[in-house]
Each structure stands twice: as C-alpha cells, then as structure tokens.
Design a protein around this ligand. Structure first.
Ligand code: AMP
Length: 437
C-alpha cells in the first residue's frame, strides 16, 4: 500500500516543538495587544483576483507560487500566500473605515506558496502579522519597527539586523525606475552591456518591475547593480520628509537599525518605508529573513477603497523565528504542577477526584493511572518535571492525608486534601517556579 505522508514543504508540528511555537505566539499576541492591535481572522481561501491585484502580477508569488484552483462553480480561488490582501479586503467589505478613525489589526495563521522547499522555506508556513490602517504618520512606521525590535528581544533573539529603506510612492517611483532602467541599459565601465548579462528573470522584469532586480539573489545581477542609482537619491520632498521622520523617531526610541537602499520587498504594494529583520543566528541558514513589512499607502484604494487610506504592516515567519530562539523545545513546555501517584485502587480513585477538582481550578495535574510500583510512578513523575508529587498509599488514605513532595527542594510533608491547593498556589508565586509565559 502507498505510504501516506504530508505534502512536500508542509510540516506537522508535534510536541514538544509546539511549546516553542506557543511561547512565540503568546509573547507576540501580548505585545501586539499592548500596542493596541486586535485580532482579525480571514479565510484561507480568497478569489484569485484579490492577490493578483494586491501583490502585483510581476512578482514571484503571483507569477509562479500561488496554489490556485477552480471551484465547483468555475470561479478561480487561491490559498492565501500572505495576510495583508485578505485583511484589506475584509476592511473594505465590512466598511470598517466608516466606524473607526484608524484600525489596528493583527493576524496569525498559515500561508501557502509553491516555493522550492528547503530548510526555512516551506510551502505552508505560518505568519503573524499586523496592519495599521488609515495611519499616515511616520511615527506609526517607526513605532511598528520599534515594536518588532522589542518583540525579538522579548523572544530572546538578540542577533538580528533591522534594515530600513524607502521605496518611494507613486510620485517618486517612475523617475527612479527610469534612472535604474537607463543605468541597466547602458554599458558598464568595461564597455560590456549590462542588460544582456542580467539573469533571465531580471531581464524580464526590466520593463514591468525593475526595482525587483535589486532583490535578485543571482550573483551576476548583484554585481551588475552594485553601483546602480539609489532610490534614496530619487525621493520627492514628501517621501524624503516622511522617511527622515521615520529614522529620527527610530533614533529617539533607541532602535538599532541600518538604512539599506537596496532593500525592496517581494510584494508590489509597498510605497514609502520598507523594513526587514534578518537573523544572524546559526539555526537559519540562507533563509535569514525573519520579518518584513512596510507602508502600502495605495493598496486600499487599489482594492476598491473610496478614499486615501495610508497603511503600514508587517509579517514575520513563525518557523524561522522559532528556529532562531535558543533552547530545547522541551524547556518551553509547561510541566505539570502536581503529579499524583498512588498505591491501591482506592487511593487511585481518590487521586482522580482530587486531580479533577484542582484541574477545574486551573492547575496542571497529572495522575498516574497504572497500578505500577511506587518507584516506577515516581520515576515517571520526575521525568515529567513536576514541581510537586502527591503520594497516596493505603496508610495515608486511612489517615486522610497525602505526602506532598516538593521535587525542587527534595522535601516532603504530610498535608490534608484541603492543604494541597494552597501549596500549589504558593509555589506559583515563588521565584523558583518557571512563570507562565
Ligand atoms: P513576506 O510575506 O514575503 O514579506 O515574508 C515575511 C516573512 O515570512 C519572511 O521574512 C519569512 O520569515 C516568512 N516567510 C516567507 N515565505 C516563507 C516560506 N516560504 N517559508 C517560511 N517562511 C516564509
């Protein structure tokens, strides 16, 4: 029989690895909510035209990476390759702009791109992202980047580079694209033409989307564009003032960053500020982009919005962020606070009832269901990393007590049933206990 296995580039997530994911998700949610972002959930499947219009037809994603299929009624649907397009569609569809001055949303979930699967690059991957809609101020861009810097610190990822650039708006870009095209069409200092030496993809992009040539990973393309004109020299006054204000605010907020004039992102909707967080840690390999984002002041209008709705957003890849966090996955798991072990049927039944009561009050309690030896039950409790073990034999059962062993301190004392919860509660606030993330 054919062996069943997951689709290439789509991963299962099992414990204890999932504990590390939960750590990331919990920290990210808490921080996003501290900055006033609220959760939005949109479908995994959207009309194909949404992504073609939002992301741009001359991008890798739309050209070759979308999972597109025909629905039973003949309409073309696509598994979302990113989160912004769906969020903006929902923002328009529910006329959110009419109800609130500005909107801060975050989302979390799987995205799908038919990329060449390799370490750190998957066909199903998870993003956590946010959108600040109807917020034109440069301080919003800076605040978002500062939040990301804070997030990486909170996750224990110190070795990152924050790269910032400005790709200009509709008023600046044509001028820059013309300058870039002229440069690429002119011969290099050695007299040899640049254009014909560019990679096939870059040659194809020269007309439609020359900015993306700066993003090429092809070594010849990189060499040929090393001295290309910089977008930062082609910004109009408004874009320049906005970008300068972003940088000034970042400095005020104490964010470490580098301006990289070659940073252009893989999605066409960006206008103005763009940014990327790159990891330097060993766990990443070539896929070191952890997070990307930027301003997209025209996207809402492109997708049918009535007026100007400037916005800025980002998304980070959960797989890559998890891979950048030091520490064994198991150390992120929440161990039981109490393991109950017993000798004899009556004691086990008592434990089961006690565990049920404590679990109902929110404690993590494990019961050993086996009629195994006390030694083997203790061994299991130890392996689970429980803070306390409650030992109940026939003797204790008759006396109405159980032995509560503090595994950290290596001490044990007899307690009544009513005294168990206060002991667990006290341990929760004691500094020797790993606090909830
Ligand atoms: P993007 O939506 O392309 O701007 O990507 C934002 C972030 O999502 C990247 O910085 C990565 O961390 C992550 N990401 C994008 N594509 C993939 C992929 N194929 N596999 C894993 N992570 C990805």
């Amino acid at each position: 029989m054919e062996r069943l296995q997951a689709v290439k580039g789509m991963n299962d997530l099992l414990p204890p690895e999932s504990a590390k994911w939960q750590f990331v998700e919990t920290r990210a949610r808490a921080l996003l909510e501290a900055y006033g972002y609220r959760e939005v959930r949109t479908p995994l499947v959207e009309p194909t035209t949404l992504f073609a219009r939002a992301i741009g037809v001359a991008t890798d994603i739309v050209e070759k990476e979308m999972y597109t299929f025909t629905d039973r009624d003949g309409s073309s649907l696509t598994l979302r390759p990113e989160g912004t397009a769906g969020a903006v569609r929902a923002y328009l569809e529910h006329q959110v702009a009419g109800r609130e001055g500005h909107t801060r949303w975050y989302y979390s979930g799987p995205m799908y791109r038919h990329e060449r699967a390799q370490k750190g690059r998957y066909r199903q991957f998870f993003q956590i992202g946010a959108e600040a809609l109807n917020q034109p101020e440069p301080t919003v861009d800076a605040e978002m980047i500062a939040m990301l810097a804070q997030l990486f610190t909170a996750l224990g990822i110190d070795d990152v580079d924050v790269l910032v650039n400005c790709v200009g708006g509709a008023e600046d870009r044509p001028k820059y694209m013309a300058a870039l095209r002229a440069y690429l069409e002119a011969p290099g200092p050695d007299g040899a033409p640049r254009l014909s030496r560019l990679s096939e993809t870059s040659q194809r992009r020269l007309d439609k989307n020359p900015l993306r040539i700066l993003d090429s990973k092809d070594p010849t393309d990189i060499a040929l564009t090393a001295e290309a004109p910089s977008i930062l020299d082609h910004l109009g006054d408004a874009s320049k003032a906005h970008f300068d204000a972003v940088l000034a605010t970042l400095r005020e907020l104490g964010v470490k960053f580098t301006v990289d004039a070659r940073l252009v992102r893989g999605l066409d909707y960006y206008t103005g500020t763009v940014f990327e967080v790159r990891g330097r840690g060993p766990g990443l390999g070539a896929q070191n982009a952890l997070c990307g984002g930027g301003r997209y002041d025209a996207l809402v209008e492109t997708l049918g919005g009535a007026g100007k709705t400037p916005a800025v957003g980002f998304a980070f890849g959960v797989e890559r962020v998890v891979a950048s966090i030091p520490g064994e996955p198991a150390s992120f798991a929440q161990a039981p606070e109490l393991c109950l072990v017993s000798h004899g049927d009556a004691a086990r039944r008592f434990n089961l009832a006690l565990a049920q009561e404590l679990r109902g009050r929110g404690y993590r309690v494990d019961v050993d269901h086996r009629s195994a030896s006390m030694k083997s039950q203790m061994k299991r409790a130890d392996k689970l990393g429980a803070r306390f073990v409650g030992v109940l034999g026939e003797d204790e059962l008759q006396k109405g007590i159980l032995m509560l062993r503090d595994m950290g301190a290596g001490e044990q004392r007899p307690v009544t049933r009513a005294e168990v919860e206060p002991a667990l509660a006290a341990a929760r606030i004691s500094p020797t206990v790993k606090q909830e993330a």
